[in-house]
Design a protein around this ligand. Structure first.
Ligand SMILES: O=C1O[C@H](COP(=O)(O)O)[C@@H](O)[C@H](O)[C@H]1O
Length: 232
C-alpha cells in the first residue's frame, strides 16, 4: 500500500497546508467536471482546517459536501459533527457549498438510513476528496472495531450504514467502506504521537482481515491517492 506521509511542525501549519491541498484537489475536479464533491470528518481535529479551507479562493457554489460520519444527535447538540462543519467551514464565501446533511428527525440511524441513502445519492460520485479522522481505537468514519454492524458496513453496496459503537457515545451513520474506497483522494488527518504510533501499527501488523483496525481495512481498499497529514 502506498501512503504518502506529510508531517508538520505545528497544528496551524498542518491546517493551512491541508486546506491548500484540499482546495487544489477541489479546483482540479471543478476544472475537469464542473463540480466537486467533498466528504469531511468530524470530531475535534478538523475545526482549524475547516476555517482555513473556508478562506480559500474556490468556486464554492460548485462544491457538494457532506460528512463521512455523524453521531445521531440534533444539529444543535454539542456532539454534532454537522454543527462543527456549519460553525467552521460553511462560513463566509464557503457558505455557498451545497451541504447534504447526514441526519434526519428519525429516532435512530437505523430508521433514518434509507432517507440519508437517498440524499447521498444526489452527491457527485465518487467523492473527489475525502478526509478521514481516526479514533484512539483505530476507528475511522464510524467504522468501529467490534461494532455489530461492522462487517456489513465493510461489504455493503449501499452508500451509508447505521452503526452502534460498542463504547463511544451515540448511534452513528457512516459512509460504508466501499463508498470511501472509491474516492479519488483520501487524506487521513490526525494529530498526536499516540495516533501516529497506532496508525503505523495498524498499517504494518500481520492479522486476519476481520481483526485488523478499521483504518487499515479502509486504506487497503482505497485505490486512489492516499496520504496522511500529521502533527504532534
Ligand atoms: O467520533 C468521531 O471520531 C473521529 C476522531 O475524532 P477526533 O476528535 O479524535 O479527531 C472522527 O474522525 C469522526 O468523524 C467522529 O465522528
Amino acid at each position: 500500500m502506498s501512503v504518502q506521509w506529510h508531517e508538520f511542525a505545528s497544528k496551524d501549519q498542518l491546517d493551512q497546508q491541508l486546506a491548500q491541498t484540499i482546495g487544489q484537489q477541489l479546483n482540479l475536479a471543478i476544472a475537469a467536471r464542473g463540480k466537486a464533491s467533498l466528504a469531511v470528518s468530524g470530531g475535534r481535529t478538523p475545526a482549524g482546517m475547516f476555517k482555513a479551507l473556508s478562506e480559500l479562493d474556490i468556486d464554492f457554489d460548485k462544491v457538494y459536501a457532506t460528512l463521512v460520519d455523524e453521531r445521531w444527535v440534533p444539529v444543535d447538540h454539542a456532539d454534532s459533527n454537522e454543527r462543527t462543519v456549519r460553525q467552521n467551514l460553511l462560513v463566509g464565501k464557503a457558505a455557498a457549498i451545497h451541504f447534504v446533511s447526514p441526519v434526519s428527525a428519525a429516532a435512530t440511524p437505523h430508521e433514518g438510513q434509507a432517507e440519508i441513502e437517498q440524499r447521498f445519492a444526489t452527491l457527485p460520485a465518487p467523492f473527489d476528496v475525502l478526509i478521514l479522522g481516526m479514533g484512539e481505537d483505530g476507528h475511522t468514519a464510524s467504522l468501529f472495531p467490534n461494532a455489530p454492524e461492522l462487517e456489513a458496513a465493510c461489504a455493503s453496496t449501499d452508500l451509508v450504514a447505521a452503526v452502534t459503537p460498542p463504547v463511544a457515545p451515540h448511534k452513528r451513520i457512516t459512509l460504508t467502506l466501499p463508498t470511501i474506497a472509491k474516492a479519488h483522494n483520501v487524506i487521513v488527518h490526525i494529530t498526536g504521537e499516540g495516533k501516529k504510533e497506532l496508525l503505523q501499527t495498524a498499517l504494518t501488523e500481520d492479522k486476519p482481515l476481520t481483526e485488523q483496525y478499521p483504518i487499515r481495512r479502509v486504506l487497503d481498499a482505497v485505490k486512489g491517492n492516499k496520504s496522511v497529514f500529521w502533527t504532534a
